[in-house]
Structure formats: structure tokens, C-alpha cells
Design a protein around this ligand. Structure first.
Ligand code: ADP
Ligand code: MG
Length: 260
């Protein structure tokens, strides 16, 4: 939180992290540019274990880049990313374990078309963890209501089912936390609900999650905290009921007016 009164503040930070407790994930001063384009200009963020944080903001505000910088798909230019207190942004660090510990699912689910849903899910655990996790994968399919579909090929599944398989594929690596980047954005409206249900279920099971989303209703219902990004920073953050009903900053109000 920033010191001082409300007057003149240009960011509002109502994070739920108590001082002194260790966050599952902490970002401090994270900066990222592509050439002259400053995309993240000093991101501070703490995510507690079991917390669901939603990132909202206009297209181009840096949500995807922030997620990719968290699991080190993009190297950061400055600052630090800590997972359970360990610096995972240190240059030269073996990134395999980092990406196993932090799962990510994208808008484009990219299942291999020549493999069944189950084979898609088993691929990474087999290659990376050298483990046959068939029983575990089957249990994941059952847990997310896809047991009847696990031997089907992607083209025999709806977009919503394919995206749920992509989530299962990420979970099969036994991640400690999950990142979701607009995972319903490419789906027909009638298929969005079944994918959001998976997130609902993961939240109930206590998974730590960060979601970039345009689904404001979902963010309002399920996020523990909403972070509004603009101009390379988290401009305002707080509990969804406050952000959506009483945003304090003009930039937040303007954005919400444009999307709600
Ligand atoms: P959002 O997900 O909020 O729409 P992004 O993180 O995708 O925002 O993009 C933020 C900015 O970073 C945009 O200006 C985009 O063009 C730029 N950007 C993102 N990825 C790259 C990249 N790999 N190379 C160059 N510019 C990029
Ligand atoms: Mg994006």
C-alpha cells in the first residue's frame, strides 16, 4: 500500500497479503520492454497460496506479458520473481522445474491433432518427469467430467472440451500454481461456461491461480482480488466487489465503463 492520503495518488493497492507472511508468488519491480515498447514498468504483486487473482485491462496493457514473465517464458529486464521465496528469475536458472511448478494455459489450446486427449495429457509427464501417469491422468479426466472423452481425438471434441483437456494437460504436471491467459476468449459463448466451471472447481480445491480475463462476471464472482493493468503497471487492485462497484481511479472507471 502507498503511504499518504487519497489525493494525488495514481495507484491504489489493496492487496490481501499481510505483511510478514510469505506469499506463494511475489513480484517486485518487474520490468519488461520489447525494443522501445515498455510493457511492464515496475510490477509489484503478491499472490497468497490458494488465492485467485484476476488481471483485467485493455488489450495491449501487458496481461499476457506479465503471465509469461511469471513462469519465465519471457526473461524479465529488471526486478525479481519469487516462488515460495525462491528467485526463479535469476539468469541461468534451469527453467524446466520452474515451468513444471507453474502451469500455464493459453487461449489457443494447441492439442496435438494426431494424438488422443489422453495421449496429449500423458506426453509431458512422460518426457519431462519420466513418469507413467496414466492412472493419474484418467483420474483428472474423471474429476473434470471428461472420462467419456479421453480416447477421442481433438477434432472429435468441442472447443470447450479441448480447452478442458488443455487444462488437464497442465495439471498432469502437478503444478503448484496455474496461470490462465484468456482461456475462454476463442470459444463460442455457449462453451465458455464449461471451461469456467473447471476454474471454479480448481479454486474450490485451493489451487493458486492468476487469470487474465475479459470475463468480468466471472472475475466478480470468483476472484479473491482483481488487478487492473494500464500503462505497464497495476493501477488499482482490490476485492472484486470494490473494484467493480466503487473503482476509485478515473482510469479504472473509464475501463470498466467500456467493458461492462
Ligand atoms: P495484453 O495481454 O494485455 O493484451 P500483451 O502482453 O499481449 O497485452 O501486450 C502488451 C504489449 O507488448 C503490446 O504492445 C504488444 O504488442 C507487446 N508485445 C507482446 N509480446 C511481444 C513480443 N513477443 N514482441 C514484441 N512485442 C510484444
Ligand atoms: Mg493477452
Amino acid at each position: 500500500a502507498l503511504p499518504g492520503g487519497a489525493a494525488g495518488r495514481d495507484t491504489i493497492d489493496q492487496s490481501s497479503q499481510d505483511a510478514g507472511t510469505t506469499a506463494k508468488l511475489s513480484l517486485r519491480g518487474v520490468r519488461k520492454s520489447f525494443g522501445d515498447n515498455i510493457v511492464l514498468s515496475g510490477i509489484d504483486l503478491d499472490v497468497a497460496a490458494g488465492e485467485m487473482v484476476c488481471l483485467i485491462g485493455a488489450s495491449g496493457s501487458g496481461k499476457s506479458t506479465l503471465l509469461r514473465c511469471i513462469n519465465q517464458l519471457e526473461p524479465i529486464d529488471d526486478g525479481v520473481v519469487l516462488l515460495d521465496g525462491q528467485d526463479i528469475s535469476e539468469p541461468g536458472l534451469d527453467l524446466g522445474p520452474v515451468r513444471q511448478r507453474i502451469g500455464i494455459v493459453f487461449q489457443s489450446y494447441n492439442l496435438f491433432p494426431h494424438m488422443s486427449a489422453l495421449q496429449n495429457v500423458l506426453l509431458a509427464p512422460r518426457r519431462v518427469l519420466r513418469r507413467d501417469s496414466t492412472a493419474e491422468a484418467e483420474a483428472l479426466f474423471a474429476r473434470f467430467g471428461l472420462a467419456a472423452h479421453m480416447h477421442k481425438y481433438p477434432d472429435q471434441l468441442s472447443g470447450g472440451q479441448q480447452q478442458r483437456v488443455a487444462v488437464i494437460r497442465a495439471l498432469a504436471m502437478r503444478p503448484e500454481m496455474m496461470l490462465f491467459d484468456e482461456i475462454t476468449a476463442a470459444l463460442d459463448p455457449e462453451l465458455v461456461g464449461e471451461v469456467l466451471n473447471v476454474l471454479r472447481q480448481l479454486r474450490a480445491e485451493g489451487m493458486t491461480m492468476i487469470l487474465a480475463t475479459h470475463e468480468m462476471g466471472f472475475a466478480r464472482e470468483l476472484a479473491d482480488r482483481v488487478c487492473f493493468m494500464d500503462g505497464g503497471v497495476i493501477v488499482e487492485q482490490g476485492p472484486p466487489e470494490r473494484i467493480f462497484s466503487a473503482p476509485e481511479l478515473a482510469r479504472t472507471k473509464e475501463f470498466l465503463r467500456s467493458v461492462l
